[in-house]
Design a protein. Structure first.
Length: 418
């Protein structure tokens, strides 16, 4: 039986591996790091005495690939799933609090109800969303929604930063259009928010490793791919430095590594530039913050912090498109971000709780219109080599949903049949 060699155990690689073992395929799983998960992982932080995620991720009920993956690994019950679509916000400049509440059906009558929409907006303001669907392929979000748009500061800007990790002026409109088409445009039933109940590894990684282990697959950790040996239009060997693997004629390879790792391995293949940073701050609270309306996160406007995720006595802050902010020292970042959290939830701004700052300097590829054209498809010019990762041409932004879809696409393209 042919073997599918999967390089990388981030979410894309794990999704590919789980799908293939479900078909009865033989796989080999290789990983450079000492553990799985890539940018979606959890770890115990001794300074906080808590298990935390390297970053915060919000899922939506429209994320069909992620939900399918969770079903496959037996982890569907590991998410916090509110029974309605609700997105709480706090404006730090004005002190205003509100919750956007789309109705479940596709006819958006919620915009007619002042208590469901953003304060100070009119129902007609929401028609501006049509610009996204009429935009040119190379348009930016900022070209669709200028800063004078009534919804820019309170909706389009935070949504763009969350989905594309980039300011609207530079962010490509096309992937945001894909997100809106699958979520808000279909109604609130498709944009109910979900987060991992206990942590990213508990939901996305460890159940997958258990599923693979049950099929006899254990990742080979500590194996960094140094090069690919090509011969006669196919990959003929894998070079892990001291360890080399010769491939059989029918073996396949799925390269599920970050774009920066893939670039030197693939001669002549164009990949997008990566390097947009995300800063995360985890604070251990003396007293937990009750989630507003039972929704375990809050969007912040008018400050440095963008989102706060609430799990018990942990408040975890995300700053997307962090740019120069990522160059600041951890104590300064903690002070700055705690000030926003404390103002939003009426806590003491002068008493800094225990914290941990995590910087992902290359959290996503730079999601500009120009860079979208650099995203490669799943197949390559080598007949047995396939690509997976949120940076490939999924049509979606660089999200968990995009990563899982890319892994499923690579599994299908590999042609492995039982």
């Amino acid at each position: 039986m042919a073997t599918v060699h999967i390089i990388g155990t981030g979410v894309a690689g794990l999704a590919c591996a789980v799908r293939l073992v479900g078909r009865g395929c033989r796989i080999a799983l290789w990983e450079a790091a000492p553990g799985a998960g890539g940018r979606c992982r959890s770890f115990f932080d001794a300074s906080l005495g808590r298990r935390i995620d390297n970053g915060n991720h919000l899922l939506l009920s429209a994320n069909r690939a992620v939900l399918s993956y969770l079903d496959e690994i037996g982890a569907a019950d590991t998410l916090i799933r509110p029974d309605r679509a609700a997105f709480p916000f706090v404006d730090l400049a004005s002190g205003a609090h509100w919750t956007v509440r789309p109705n479940d059906g596709p006819l958006p009558w919620w915009v007619l109800v002042p208590s469901r929409r953003i304060p100070g907006t009119r129902a007609a303001d929401y028609l501006s969303g049509l610009r996204l669907f009429l935009a040119r392929a190379d348009a930016t979000v900022g070209q669709c929604f200028p800063a004078t748009d009534p919804l820019f500061r309170s909706f389009w800007e935070p949504l763009t930063l969350a989905a594309l990790n980039l300011e609207p002026a530079a962010a490509a409109a096309a992937p945001l259009r894909a997100v809106i088409a699958e979520t808000f445009a279909r109604g609130g039933a498709w944009c109910r928010p979900m987060i991992a109940r206990d942590g990213l590894s508990d939901s996305l990684v460890e159940p997958a490793l258990r599923r693979l282990a049950a099929a006899g697959v254990v990742p080979a950790f500590g194996h960094r791919l140094r090069g690919l040996r090509f011969d006669d239009g196919r990959v003929a060997g894998l070079d892990f430095g001291e360890h080399r693997v010769a491939l059989e004629p029918e073996d396949r390879v799925v390269l599920a590594v970050p774009a920066a790792v893939a670039r030197p391995l693939l001669p002549g293949v164009t990949v997008p530039d990566d390097g947009t940073a995300i800063v995360n701050a985890h604070f251990r609270l003396a007293q937990p913050i009750p989630p507003p309306d039972g929704i375990p996160f809050v969007g912040l406007i008018g400050g440095a912090a963008h989102w706060v995720f609430l799990r018990g006595d942990l408040a975890s802050v995300t700053v997307s498109g962090a740019g120069a902010l990522a160059d600041q020292a951890a104590p300064a970042l903690a002070t700055l971000l705690w000030h926003d959290v404390a103002r939003a939830f009426n806590r003491d701004t002068t008493v800094l709780p225990p914290y941990r700052i995590i910087k992902e300097r290359r959290a996503t590829f730079v999601q500009t219109p120009e860079n979208l054209r650099r995203r490669p498809g799943v197949s390559t010019r080598w007949r047995n080599l396939f690509l997976a990762g949120d940076w490939t041409a999924t049509g979606l932004p660089a999200t968990i949903e995009g990563a899982v879809r890319s892994g499923h696409s690579a599994a299908s393209a590999s042609g492995c049949m039982t």
